[in-house]
Design a protein around this ligand. Structure first.
Ligand code: 5AD
Ligand code: SF4
Length: 448
């Protein structure tokens, strides 16, 4: 659809830059948009300020994330002006595009607005915009984009694969059910084919993505069946998945953690809060204790599993005692890593109507205390892995000559000196732990 505005015809862009904000699914979508534009013959640039077309692949999850897009647009135009260049064509993609639609055209006079389910139409939208009218497509037609994107040709050793999109959980603070729509799973066969294509294109590890990835299903099959099928693909050494909901963590998937060797011992399982009244007000439909019992079952089959979570502090009405329950839950779990946020009211969500706001300085204080506890646990987790020998997937070069960076099975960043190439799996001993990464040394086997 085109919307009237006072823009004029522009030269069709020859180069493009994609900037993705937010979650890993956005990173995946951004990669696919780049492949799509490259397939049209446009050149990818790493410098946003040198591109004819800038695609901002946006995040709507919190207010701060949303506002970033507007400051970025302003900065891009200012830089072009200072350099004496024509302003780039700007396409706003992702969840802000979905949520705000034509408002973005009005507020920021951008050229293209395209939602997360419609980006396969980017080339025609860009052509419309070049012809002089801003173009908008926020159709939520489900899954149609996947069949219309170019095949994957070259990917890094750790690749993403979207298997499921959308969310039916309606946590009261969250915009995702509105921006990404209802839960929907891509079909099993298409996913196995795409996984094989990713391995042919260079992937050694695949992370299965979905807003509720463990709700993936195709008929009778659940996510564990998909994982077991991918485990059989020659050359695919590692499988991960994210993000999961505690209530979709079914027996078959738990069992897979115990016996599928390529399924890495890492699980991102957000809990958000440790107090049952707050969890209920968030519509999480699980209790703190139910979550802890679930973790016990997972640890029973995979004792070394690294756990990760998401937390929100300062949900409306959260008292000090209720927040203390979150700290207690954190102590009980011992997370290997976690993300924590101050509650941010999102227009259109049920929680946005709640009036018993937590004061900003109280939120700041709680976030600080929570992050101190999470950092402490992350360091303790890293320290506990020292002396262990594990396989590191080499993903990129480090800053020092001869240094390479990769990931341990527990998703820790590991740096090591090695001549192993990107994509290699190297046996290393973890010898030193910093705040955000570990040092590993290549294990030299003793001669037999
Ligand atoms: N305010 C703060 N954090 C939020 N999240 C989702 N919605 C909000 C919000 N309105 C957090 C949750 C979720 C993560 C992706 O973002 O912790 O798991
Ligand atoms: Fe948002 Fe809750 Fe769905 Fe996660 S489960 S995407 S937090 S509504």
């Amino acid at each position: 659809m085109t919307v009237p505005a006072d823009t004029h015809a522009k030269a069709p862009p020859k180069s493009f830059h994609v900037k993705s904000f937010g979650c890993q699914m956005n990173v995946y979508d951004g990669e696919r948009m780049a492949e799509l534009m490259a397939a049209q013959g446009m050149a990818a640039t790493t410098d946003a300020n040198a591109a004819d077309l800038v695609i901002l692949n946006t995040c709507h999850i919190r207010e701060k994330a949303t506002e970033k897009v507007y400051s970025d647009i302003g900065r891009l135009r200012k830089n072009a002006r200072l350099d004496g260049r024509a302003a780039p064509m700007i396409a706003v993609a992702g969840c802000v595009a979905q949520a705000e639609g034509a408002e973005i055209v009005e507020r920021a006079k951008v050229d293209v607005v395209v939602g997360p389910q419609a980006y396969h139409n980017l080339p025609s939208l860009v052509a419309d915009a070049a012809a002089g009218a801003p173009a908008l497509d926020t159709d939520l037609a489900r899954l149609s984009k996947f069949g219309r994107l170019p095949a994957r040709r070259k990917v890094g050793p750790a690749a993403f694969l979207t298997v499921q999109e959308g969310c039916d959980k309606f946590c009261t603070y969250c915009v995702v059910p509105y921006t990404r729509g209802a839960e929907i799973s891509r079909p099993f066969d298409a996913l196995v084919d795409e996984a094989c294509a990713l391995v042919d294109a260079g992937a050694v590890e695949i992370t299965l993505l979905g807003q509720n990835v463990n709700a993936w299903e195709d008929g009778e099959r659940g996510l564990h069946d998909l994982i077991r099928a991918l485990d059989r693909i020659p050359g695919l050494s590692r499988i991960r998945y994210t993000t999961s909901h505690p209530n979709d963590m079914r027996e078959g998937l738990i069992r897979a953690h115990g016996d599928v060797e390529s399924l890495m011992p890492f699980l991102h399982l957000p809990v958000q809060a440790g107090n049952d009244r707050v969890l209920k007000a968030m519509n999480r439909s699980h209790t703190a204790d139910g979550y802890l019992r679930l973790l016990d079952r997972i640890r029973a089959v995979r004792p070394d599993i690294a756990l990760s979570g998401d937390f929100i502090v300062g949900f409306p009405g959260e008292t000090e005692a209720e927040f203390a329950d979150t700290l207690r839950l954190v102590d009980a779990v011992g997370y290997a890593q976690a993300f924590s946020f101050k509650y941010s009211p999102r227009p259109g969500t049920p929680a946005a109507d709640l009036t018993d706001h937590v004061a900003p300085e109280v939120m700041d204080d709680r976030l600080q205390r929570l992050q101190a506890a999470l950092n402490r646990d992350q360091q303790a987790f890293n320290a506990a892995t020292l002396g262990r020998t594990c396989t590191v997937l080499v993903e990129r070069r480090g800053k020092l000559p001869g240094q390479m960076l990769g990931k341990s099975p527990w998703l820790q960043s590991v740096h090591l000196m090695t001549d192993a190439p990107i994509g290699a799996l190297v046996e290393v001993e973890l010898v030193q732990a910093g705040p955000n990464s570990l040092a590993g040394v290549k294990r030299v086997r003793a001669a037999a």
